[in-house]
Design a protein around this ligand. Structure first.
Ligand code: GTP
Ligand code: MG
Length: 310
């Protein structure tokens, strides 16, 4: 679909230009205010452009942000060789498009020694950490240790200690920069140290800022993974990403509770807002089973309506 952008001082003038250039049935793709007037993005009306616009709207209804929906719809039409009647028909092409347009980093790299799990309350940080710890310790046979940086709740440390005992790995608690440094030093021979943090309300900027400082001054690099529930609406998602991005500077995203989401466009939205790669998707409460390395193919399946347990 050949898109064109028209600018004028007012909407009516811009629209007149669109019609003059692209005909009376021109498809208005978007309009927005810009400095000194308005900007309209439009395309000639034909079966293909109409189909692409429908595809965009379908993606938007699934929670994909507008800009990403436009890009994905166009790329999908090209990859599929036409506008698919249903997303499911273009599942393979959608996988390729998502691979091109999104970033999937793979699991925690072997070179990464310390990773922290951050995110809003109840996002699944502790459960996700336990899944990754169990895989690393029991399947990959790596030396794994856990640190609880949940300074606010005794229950937080107890929950993590239970997982550490079940897996058979050591766990320590830390409450500030000094105690975190000490714990990391004591775990000097561990190949992978996973740090659990306390969930804080997105409004609690100060607490998040303190956690960020503690993580940044621990004496060695810590790769923060931001856990974002896939069933959260876009407004909340933006707020969470903005706040955690500023305070904690996460390097990876984890989409949690993918099994609870009805539409999976929020997984795309989270990356659009955060601009960092995905590491994992989590798909249920079972430890350690319900986790997988995030991938374009899996996301394509989810967007096409395939269930998590399919
Ligand atoms: N359905 C589903 N539930 C999950 C998933 N991951 C975690 N949960 C559940 O979500 C709830 C909260 O999980 P936690 O791991 O305690 O979350 P948290 O982010 O550590 O919570 P706080 O430490 O309180 O901030 C628990 O009931 C988990 O079993 C998932 O992938 N799918
Ligand atoms: Mg927790």
């Amino acid at each position: 679909m050949q898109q064109q952008t028209f600018r004028a001082t007012g909407f009516e003038t811009a629209l007149a230009r669109v019609r003059e250039e692209l005909g009376p049935d021109a498809l208005i793709l978007s309009s927005r205010k810009v400095g000194g007037g308005v900007e309209i993005r439009a395309a000639r009306h034909d079966a293909e452009s109409q189909g692409t616009a429908l595809l965009e709207r379908r993606l938007e209804r699934m929670g994909v942000p507008r800009g990403a929906a436009v890009t994905l719809a166009l790329a999908l039409r090209d990859a599929h060789g036409g506008v698919p009647a249903t997303l499911a028909q273009a599942r393979g092409a959608l996988g390729h498009v998502l691979e091109e347009e999104m970033i999937f980093a793979g699991p925690i790299a072997e070179a990464t020694r310390v990773a922290a799990f951050v995110g809003p309350t109840g996002a699944g940080k502790t459960t996700t950490l336990a899944k990754i710890a169990a895989h690393a310790a029991l399947i990959d046979r790596r030396r794994v240790a856990l640190i609880c940086l949940d300074q606010y709740r005794i229950a937080g440390a107890e929950q993590l200690q239970r997982y550490a005992d079940l897996i058979g790995i050591p766990m320590e608690s830390a409450s500030d920069g000094d105690s975190l440094r000490d714990a990391l030093r004591r775990f000097a021979d561990a190949e992978l140290v996973l740090i659990d943090t306390a969930g804080r309300s997105p409004r609690d900027r100060d607490a998040l800022g303190i956690t960020g400082q503690v993580l940044r001054h621990a004496g060695e690099p810590i790769e923060a993974h931001l856990c974002l529930p896939a069933n959260v609406g876009d407004v909340e998602l933006r707020a969470i990403v903005e706040l955690h991005g500023d305070a904690l500077r996460p390097r990876r995203l984890i989409a949690t509770k993918v099994d609870e989401a009805v539409y999976h466009g929020s997984i795309i939205a989270a990356q659009v807002h955060a601009g960092i790669p995905y590491s994992y998707f989590t798909t249920g409460q079972r430890v350690p089973e319900d986790i997988e390395v995030a991938s374009a193919v899996r996301l394509a399946g989810l967007l096409c309506g395939e269930g998590v347990f399919a």
